[in-house]
Design a protein around this ligand. Structure first.
Ligand code: 0A1
Ligand code: ZN
Length: 849
C-alpha cells in the first residue's frame, strides 16, 4: 500500500499561472542513458494572475544547473518540481538536467523504443523532460536543437539549420508543453505533398523503421484526404510547411497530435493488404484524421486545464466520425459507433468509474482518457448540432475558431459561442457535461381519433458522488410508419426539456408505429415495451438505417434474454426476420453483416442486471452459441449463396464497398463453419491473399476447434511481423472455450514472443482475456488471478497501461457473491502491492468503492 494517499485536484481550484512565456529554447544532447536537456525560457509576470509563486513541474530529473538572468541559483526541489524566487519583471530561466530515456519503461516523457528516441508528453509527460510549467494554459513558441548521432532527428514545427550531428527546429505557433515532441533514430520516410487551398506547399512524411516503408501508402492518402476534408467542411487550413507522422512500436495509446509531428502507435498507421484487416484500414484512416483534425481542435485552440479535455477530444472524435461517414457509409459508421459506445461508455457510465464528460476532480489525469470523455463527449457535439441545426452549427464553429484561436479555452467558452451565434440558452444542455450516468428514456404511447401521443419520461440513475440528476434537454428524433410500412411522418426532432413530456401528431388515419431515437439522436437507454411483431415490422420497414438495425438488435436481445432467463428456445420471429434482411440484396452488404451481428456477452450481462437478474457469464455464452447454431441451420441454404455471391474479385481495396462485401461473406462463412466443421474456412485460409480473409478463416477454425494446424502455420508465416503476431496472440485467447481462456492466455504469456514491455503485446494477450467475459469470469476465478498477477508485475514498469486495464474489473458488482468475493480478493491484492503507482491506486480504489 502507498504511504500517502494521492490527493485529488479540483476544477474549482483553477488559478492561472503567475508567469507568461515569450519563448522556449531547448537543446537536447542525446544519449540513451544520460540525455542532457538545456532550457532557456523567457518568462514575464502574468498580469491576470494573483499567485506569483514560481513553481516549475519536474519529475525524475537530475538537476545539473539552474540560473535566473545568468545568475546561478539553488532552487528548492520536491518530488513534483521546484520553486525559486523570481523577479517581478521579465527574466530568463536557464537550466540543465539529465534524464535516462533507456530506463523509461512508463513511455511518458522521453523514452527509447527499439533503439529510437521518442516522446509522449500528453498529459503531464513534459515534466519528465525538463523543469517547466507543465500545464496546458501556458503556451509558448519553441525552438529546439537536437544533438546526436541519429540519422533522423525531428521536433515540432518547421526545420531550421541541420548538419553533421545536429538538427534545429522552430515551431512558431505558441503551444502548451503537452504538444512538444522529439523523435530521433534510424528512420525512413514515405514522402507526400499537399497544397492548401490558399496555396501553401506542405511537405508530408510518414517516418518508419526500415522494413516498414511498404506499409505507409494508405496512411499517406488518409492524411491528404483529411487535410482536404478539413478545408472543405470546416474551412480549416494547415499552418506549417511540414507535417510529419512517426510510427513507434511502444506506445501506451493510439496516437498523439503533437504540433507538426504526430506520433503513432505503429498499429494505428502501418497498413498493407497482407497484414491489415479491413477493420484495421478503417481505424487507421480515422485515427490519422483524428490526429490531423486536432491541429485546429486541440492545438490552435487548446484546453485551459485537463478538466476541459472533452473540449478537444469530444469535438475531434465527432469530426473524425463525420469524416469517416463522408468517405465511407454514414449509417454503417453510426451503427459501429453506437455498438462501441454501448460496449465501452455505457459500461463505464453504469459502474463505479462513472464520471461526467467534464470531470470535477481527478487524482491522475491519465485515468480520464476515457470513453466518457471521448465518445460521450462526441455524442454531446452531435446533440448540439441536432438541436441548433447544421447551418447554425457551422456558424458557431466559425465563431469558435475566430474568437478562440490561440486560446486555452473552456467548456463555458465553447457553449457561449453557440449561445452567441444562435441566441439559444444552453444552460440546461450544460448538464450533459456535468452529470454522469446514462439517462433512461421510458416511452408510452396513445392513439385516438387520428391523434397519436408519445409520452417520454427521463431519469438517470445515481453515480458516484451524484445522487440527483435534474432533467436534461434531449433531442429525440422520431418518425412514424403507417400500417403498410410507409412513412407517415418524416424524421422530426422533438426537444424534451421536462422530466415527463408528451408530444402529439395529428391527422393520422391509423395508429402508427413509432421509430424513436433515430440515428441514435441522444446517448440514452430507450425503455419501451415493444412486441416482437413491432420490432420485426421496424426491421422490415424503417427508413432510418440506424433504427432498422436497432430493431433487429432488440429482437435478438429479447430472444436471448428469454433463453437465458427462462430457458426459451431460439426465437423464430428473430430467425425469420434476420434471414429476410440477410437475403435482401437491395440492402448494403455491410449493413446486412452488422444486422446479423449479435449483442455482446457484456451487453447482455448489463441488460440482465438492469432487469434485476444476476448475470451468469456461462449461461450467456451458452445462449449465444445456441442461437448461432440455430441461425446456421435456419440459413443453411442462404449462407453458401451469400458466401459465393459476395466473394470479391480483383485487386484488394480497403474501401467501403469491398470491405462490406467481405464482411457479409465472412459472416456467411461463420454460419457455414457451424455446419461443415471448418472445411470451407480451411479452404479460405489456404487461399487467402489478404489479412481480412486470412484472419476471418483463422477465427472460424479456432471456433470450430480445428485451429491447431492454422495456429502453427500462421505463426510460421508471420513471426517476423509484430503487428500480425499481436493478432495471433489475441485471437487464440478470444476464441478459446470459456473454461480454457485463462489457460490459453497463461500459456501465451510463456511464449518467447510475449513481452510485457510492449503495450500492444500485453493488451493482445491479457486485454484479450479481459475482453472475453465467459472466460474471464469463469467460476474458477483463474482469469481474475492471471490478470491480477500480470497487472501487479506491469505496474512498476508502466503504470498508465496497468491502470487502464484495471477497468476489466469495473463490472464486478453485477455478478454473484462468489465471483464478487473472488474479484474483491484480487482488487485487494493489487491495492496491497508495495509502491503501487498513483494511476493504479486511483483506479482500483474507485472500482473497489
Ligand atoms: N490526445 C491523444 C491521445 C493520447 C492521450 C494520452 C496519451 O498519453 C498519455 C497519448 C495519446 C488523442 O486523442 O489522440
Ligand atoms: Zn484526440
Amino acid at each position: 500500500m502507498r504511504e500517502t494517499t494521492p490527493q485529488p485536484i479540483y476544477l474549482k481550484d483553477y488559478t492561472p499561472f503567475g508567469y507568461l512565456i515569450d519563448s522556449v529554447d531547448l537543446t537536447f544532447t542525446l544519449s540513451p542513458e544520460a540525455t542532457r536537456v538545456r532550457s532557456r525560457i523567457a518568462f514575464r509576470p502574468n498580469p491576470d494572475a494573483s499567485d506569483t509563486t514560481f513553481f516549475l513541474h519536474g519529475e525524475n530529473l537530475k538537476l545539473i544547473s539552474a540560473a535566473i538572468d545568468g545568475q546561478s541559483i539553488t532552487p528548492k526541489l520536491t518530488d513534483q518540481g521546484l520553486t525559486a524566487d523570481a523577479p517581478n519583471a521579465p527574466f530568463v530561466w536557464e537550466a540543465e538536467v539529465e534524464i535516462n530515456p533507456a530506463a523509461n519503461t512508463a513511455l511518458e516523457g522521453l523514452y527509447m523504443s527499439n533503439g529510437m528516441y521518442c516522446t509522449q508528453c500528453e498529459a503531464e509527460g513534459f515534466r519528465k523532460i525538463t523543469y517547466y510549467p507543465d500545464r496546458p494554459d501556458v503556451m509558448a513558441p519553441f525552438t529546439v536543437r537536437i544533438e546526436g548521432a541519429e540519422k533522423v532527428m525531428l521536433s515540432n514545427g518547421n526545420p531550421g539549420a541541420s548538419g553533421e550531428g545536429f538538427a534545429e527546429w522552430h515551431d512558431p505557433w505558441p503551444k502548451p508543453a503537452y504538444l512538444f515532441a522529439l523523435v530521433a533514430g534510424d528512420l525512413i520516410n514515405h514522402p507526400g505533398q499537399f497544397t492548401t487551398k490558399s496555396g501553401r506547399e506542405v511537405e508530408l512524411n510518414i517516418w518508419v523503421r526500415p522494413g516498414d516503408e511498404g506499409k505507409c501508402a494508405f496512411g499517406m492518402e488518409a492524411l491528404k484526404h483529411s487535410m482536404k476534408w478539413d478545408e472543405d467542411v470546416y474551412g480549416r487550413e494547415y499552418d506549417l510547411d511540414l507535417f510529419n507522422i512517426v510510427a513507434v512500436d511502444d506506445f501506451n495509446m493510439g496516437a498523439m497530435e503533437n504540433k507538426g509531428l504526430n506520433i503513432f502507435n505503429s498499429s494505428c498507421v502501418l497498413a498493407s493488404p497482407e497484414t491489415s484487416t479491413d477493420g484495421n484500414f478503417e481505424r487507421i484512416e480515422a485515427i490519422i484524421a483524428h490526429e490531423y483534425f486536432h491541429n485546429w481542435t486541440g492545438n490552435r485552440i487548446t484546453c485551459r486545464d485537463w478538466f476541459q479535455l472533452c473540449l478537444k477530444e469530444g469535438l475531434t472524435v465527432y469530426r473524425d466520425a463525420q469524416f469517416t461517414s463522408d468517405l465511407r457509409s454514414a449509417p454503417v459508421k453510426r451503427i459501429e459507433d453506437v455498438i462501441a459506445l454501448r460496449a465501452r461508455q455505457f459500461r463505464e457510465d453504469n459502474g463505479p468509474l462513472a464520471h461526467p464528460v467534464r470531470p470535477e476532480s481527478f487524482v491522475e489525469i491519465n485515468n480520464f482518457y476515457t470513453a466518457t470523455v471521448y465518445e460521450k463527449g462526441a455524442e454531446l457535439i452531435g446533440m448540439l448540432k441536432t438541436l441548433v441545426g447544421d447551418a447554425a452549427y457551422y456558424k458557431s464553429l466559425d465563431l469558435y475558431f475566430e474568437r478562440h484561436d490561440g486560446d486555452a479555452a473552456t467548456i463555458e467558452d465553447w457553449l457561449k459561442v453557440f449561445e452567441d451565434a444562435t441566441g439559444r440558452d444552453l444552460s440546461q444542455f450544460k448538464r450533459w457535461y456535468s452529470d454522469a450516468g446514462t439517462p433512461r428514456l421510458k416511452v408510452s404511447d396513445d392513439y385516438s381519433d387520428g391523434t397519436y401521443t408519445l409520452t417520454f419520461r427521463q431519469s438517470t440513475p445515481p453515480t458516484p458522488g451524484q445522487d440527483e440528476k435534474p432533467p436534461r434537454v434531449i433531442p429525440i428524433a422520431v418518425g412514424l410508419l403507417g400500417p403498410n410500412g410507409d412513412e407517415v411522418q418524416a424524421t422530426q426532432v422533438l426537444e424534451m426539456t421536462e422530466e415527463e413530456q408528451s408530444f402529439t401528431f395529428t391527422g393520422l388515419a391509423a395508429k402508427p408505429t413509432p421509430s424513436i431515437l433515430r440515428d441514435f439522436s441522444a446517448p440514452m437507454i430507450l425503455q419501451r415495451d415493444s412486441s416482437n411483431a413491432e420490432r420485426a415490422f421496424l426491421l422490415a420497414h424503417d427508413t432510418d438505417p440506424f433504427n432498422k438495425w436497432e430493431a433487429g438488435r432488440a429482437l435478438a436481445k429479447d430472444g436471448l434474454i428469454a433463453m437465458i432467463r427462462e430457458g426459451a428456445s431460439p426465437d423464430s420471429a428473430y430467425l425469420d426476420a434476420i434471414t429476410a434482411v440477410a437475403r435482401d440484396d437491395t440492402l448494403d452488404p455491410a449493413f446486412r453483416a452488422l444486422a446479423m451481428g449479435l449483442p455482446s456477452q457484456d451487453d447482455l450481462a448489463q441488460t440482465l442486471f438492469d432487469g434485476g437478474t444476476t448475470p451468469n457469464p456461462q449461461a450467456i455464452w451458452d445462449a449465444l452459441e445456441t442461437l448461432r447454431q440455430a441461425r446456421a441451420q435456419h440459413m443453411q441454404d442462404l449462407a453458401p449463396r451469400l458466401y459465393a455471391q459476395y466473394q470479391v474479385e480483383g485487386d484488394y481495396q480497403p474501401d467501403a464497398a469491398q470491405s462490406g462485401a467481405r464482411s457479409l461473406a465472412n459472416t456467411a462463412l461463420g454460419l457455414i463453419t457451424r455446419l461443415d466443421g471448418g472445411a470451407q474456412a480451411q479452404r479460405q485460409y489456404d487461399a487467402a491473399d489478404n489479412m481480412t480473409q486470412q484472419l476471418a478463416a483463422f477465427c472460424c477454425l479456432l471456433q470450430a476447434g480445428k485451429g491447431e494446424a492454422a495456429i502453427a502455420a500462421f505463426y510460421d508465416q508471420w513471426q517476423h511481423d509484430r503487428l500480425v503476431i499481436d493478432k495471433w496472440f489475441s485471437m487464440q485467447v478470444v476464441q478459446a472455450a470459456p473454461d480454457q481462456t485463462a489457460a490459453v492466455a497463461d500459456a501465451l504469456t510463456q511464449h518467447a514472443d510475449f513481452t510485457m514491455k510492449n503495450p500492444n503485446r500485453f493488451r493482445a494477450t491479457l486485454g484479450a482475456l479481459a475482453m472475453s467475459p465467459a472466460g474471464f469470469h469463469h467460476a474458477s476465478g483463474a482469469g481474475y488471478e492471471l490478470l491480477t498477477d500480470w497487472l501487479i508485475q506491469l505496474d512498476p514498469l508502466n503504470p498508465q497501461t496497468t491502470a487502464r486495464m484495471c477497468s476489466a474489473f469495473e463490472t464486478w458488482k453485477r455478478y454473484d457473491a462468489a465471483r464478487q468475493d473472488l474479484i474483491a480478493t484480487q482488487l485487494d491484492r493489487i491495492l496491497a502491492t508495495p509502491n503501487l503507482s498513483r494511476d493504479t491506486t486511483e483506479m482500483v480504489t474507485r472500482i473497489r468503492g
